[in-house]
Design a protein around this ligand. Structure first.
Ligand code: SF4
Ligand code: SF4
Length: 652
């Protein structure tokens, strides 16, 4: 992470949105940060891990988002300023506690940052988590740029302490992963003092069931909300720019506000349109709308994600401004209901409603030229990745059994086993059941949804009596720890006859190689005893547990074949550390693997392994190895039946 986060107050520096959020937390006197990695939110915690922790704060990678949320909440209940950060899907994991904590609230400032991913660049869904904040009835802020990302985070701690409620900051990929100019403020050295009072201002304050029960805590929450609305009314993040006699107004939130400012400039209509930028949108500041809307007959709402603010405004306006025409994403839609917005879309929407012609400029031309430069390509696992070995061995094992097998995937680098091949053109069909050939590791997974879901789906398939083929589930080490202990227990308890593969590469690799309990180190690099996956699986009651080396294809395949034959739940743990981490630690030397052309018959079997370091000359029908990326993992040597792949030494 960039060291500019540590520059002194008053400096203007270029910060990624996630770094800006981390800096904002330092400026607020952060005392605890807990998170589980998830793109596009991971760099918030990573930045705080890398920082020298002025004044001291605890920082950890927790085992999942619910645990992280609870760790942060616990710190807040004893008065500390605490933060947790996660991606959109991560909030679903934390949801149980997230929805209940506002009943009674918090003591020290508690900030929950969720980075949504409109357009699903990195995620399994476009889920708009602002709906969760509205549903939990807590304040929600949404930055328009990196400066606001920092400033809002700093202010959110104070808002949380005034209201005694968690405060939600909703970021999006274009804020979290883009960089912008940020003016730094002073880092708060002072820390909140720690104390505990179980009847703090309310009987049984931190116990929803404590007399007189959850209803009274919900009533308390509603007593706090008007105060939250007042804060939103005078928040510096809500800016009202009235144009006298304007009949049209634009209300824009989050990154949509930045796009809107650019669009208004481009269309040259700033003098015709009143503008309300909402950064602190929940509770909706009714007073600002009361100032914006009189005399306005057309309101355009610009927001990233679902029509969350639009629906709040519609419900507010139907009483007081019932002739107002509202344009947004639901009725009179001028934005698509999915995908992300951008300046181009906002410009088109404003031009459509205001009937203002768009004069094309050099940006349009540049955008078109840029499209030509982008070469479409398939996603691929890394050269020498242990998952390539696991999937090859699984394919070989499954081929020994007849039928239409189902391999349920999960979330991690290995999910690429379900991405398919760019070159394949899929023809969907209406057959109820159909078997497809698996020609590459990128076609082996049949279902992928969210972390931990694959094993549950597999259980449903076998328990309902699916007998057309074998049923398999696949998950990584971090996912196993994050989400799968209850699911394995369930498989044992209900005796599900399936095979579960745990691809143990020792890192939470996909989100940037964060350590997890299987790595044996903490976020700060302190040594811990390695989490014993096999021991835990056995302790949960699985009788058939085996451990294979993902780089020993024949043995791995044999153990999988045995597991597929065994009755009841069987687990095979495939070990093989992430090659990127191995190469970083051991420094990649010269490549020791090559193809002896005279022996190569052009069968392409090595290509089907899916390693990006294996290349093939279609004209000469000869395979070759890209020595720049090859890690000498030996997999292609094991796969080649002609003995054409040669190695010096024993490989890695
Ligand atoms: S040895 Fe073969 S499979 Fe392994 S990284 Fe090199 S080219 Fe890829
Ligand atoms: S598997 Fe062996 S023989 Fe077949 S293309 Fe690859 S190197 Fe050549």
């Amino acid at each position: 992470m960039s060291s500019v986060i540590l520059q002194p107050a008053g400096e203007r520096v270029l910060l990624m949105g996630n770094e800006a959020i981390a800096r904002g937390a330092l400026e607020a006197g952060l005392q605890l940060m807990a998170a589980y990695p998830g793109t596009p939110a991971s760099e918030i915690c990573e930045t705080l891990i890398a920082a020298p922790r002025p004044g001291g704060y605890h920082v950890e990678w927790s085992t999942n988002e619910k645990v992280a949320f609870e760790v942060a909440a616990g710190a807040s209940l004893v008065g500390a300023r605490a933060m947790t950060a996660m991606k959109n899907a991560g909030l679903n994991v934390a949801m149980d506690t997230f929805m209940t904590l506002p009943y009674g609230g918090v003591k020290g400032g508690l900030v929950v940052v969720v980075a949504d991913d409109p357009n699903a660049h990195y995620s399994s869904s476009e889920q708009d988590t602002r709906l969760a904040a509205v549903s939990a009835e807590i304040p929600c802020l949404e930055p328009a740029d990196q400066q606001e990302a920092k400033d809002m985070t700093r202010e959110a701690f104070g808002i949380s302490e005034i209201l005694e409620l968690p405060v939600f900051i909703r970021s999006v990929s274009r804020i979290s992963h883009a960089s912008g100019d940020v003016e730094l403020g002073p880092v708060r050295e002072e820390k909140n003092s720690l104390s505990f009072n179980k009847h703090y201002k309310l009987p049984y304050r931190w116990n929803v069931y404590g007399a007189p029960g959850p209803l009274s805590k919900h009533r308390w929450l509603h007593q706090v909300l008007p105060k939250a609305r007042e804060l939103a009314e005078r928040s510096p993040f809500n800016r009202l720019e009235l144009v006298p006699d304007a009949r049209v107004a634009v209300l824009a939130a989050g990154v949509g506000a930045s796009y809107t400012r650019e669009s208004l400039d481009r269309l040259g209509i700033k003098e015709r349109v009143s503008f309300l930028q909402l950064g602190f949108f929940h509770p909706l500041p009714y007073g600002l709308l009361d100032k914006l809307l009189p005399g306005v007959d057309t309101l355009i709402i610009v927001e990233e994600g679902d029509p969350v603010i639009e629906n709040l405004v519609r419900s507010f306006a139907q009483e007081r401004f019932n002739s107002l025409r509202i344009y947004g994403k639901s009725h009179r839609s001028v934005f698509p209901p999915y995908g992300e917005i951008n300046t181009e879309l906002v410009t088109r929407a404003l031009s459509q409603v205001l009937k203002q012609e768009i004069i094309s400029d050099e940006r349009d031309e540049a955008r078109e030229r840029l499209k030509e430069l982008v070469t479409p390509r398939s996603s691929a696992l890394c050269a020498g990745c242990s998952h390539l070995g696991s999937y090859w061995a699984l394919g070989e094992a499954l081929r020994k059994f007849p039928g239409n097998h189902i391999v349920n995937g999960d979330i991690g680098c290995y999910e690429q086993g379900g991405y398919g091949l760019f070159a394949s053109s899929i023809e969907p069909n209406e057959a109820a059941g159909k078997k497809y050939p698996v020609g590459s590791p990128y076609e082996i997974l049949d279902t992928i949804h969210v972390m931990g879901s694959g094993l549950g789906l597999a259980q449903g398939q076998v328990q309902v009596g699916y007998q057309e083929g074998k049923v398999v589930a696949v998950a990584g080490d971090s996912t196993f720890i994050h989400a799968l202990l209850p699911s394995v227990t369930n498989a044992v308890y209900n005796q599900a006859d399936l095979t579960f593969l745990i691809l143990d590469n020792r890192w939470t690799a996909m989100t940037g190689h964060q350590p997890n309990p299987a790595t044996g180190t903490t976020a700060l690099g302190e040594k811990r005893e390695n989490f014993d996956i096999a021991g835990v699986v056995r302790a949960l009651g699985v009788k058939n547990v085996s451990i294979a080396n993902a780089y020993q294809l024949a043995e791995a395949s044999r153990l999988m074949e045995k597991a597929l034959k065994d009755e009841g739940p069987s687990v095979v743990i495939l070990q093989g550390e992430c090659q990127l981490q191995v190469m970083r630690r051991e420094k990649k030397g010269d490549c020791n693997t090559w193809v002896e052309e005279a022996l190569c018959d052009g069968c392409r079997r090595c290509l089907r392994l899916g390693c990006p370091a294996v290349i093939f000359d279609g004209e000469r029908k000869k395979a070759a190895i890209n020595g720049e990326s090859c890690t000498d993992c030996t997999l292609c040597e094991q796969v080649c039946r002609q003995g054409a792949v040669k190695m010096r030494g024993n490989g890695t």
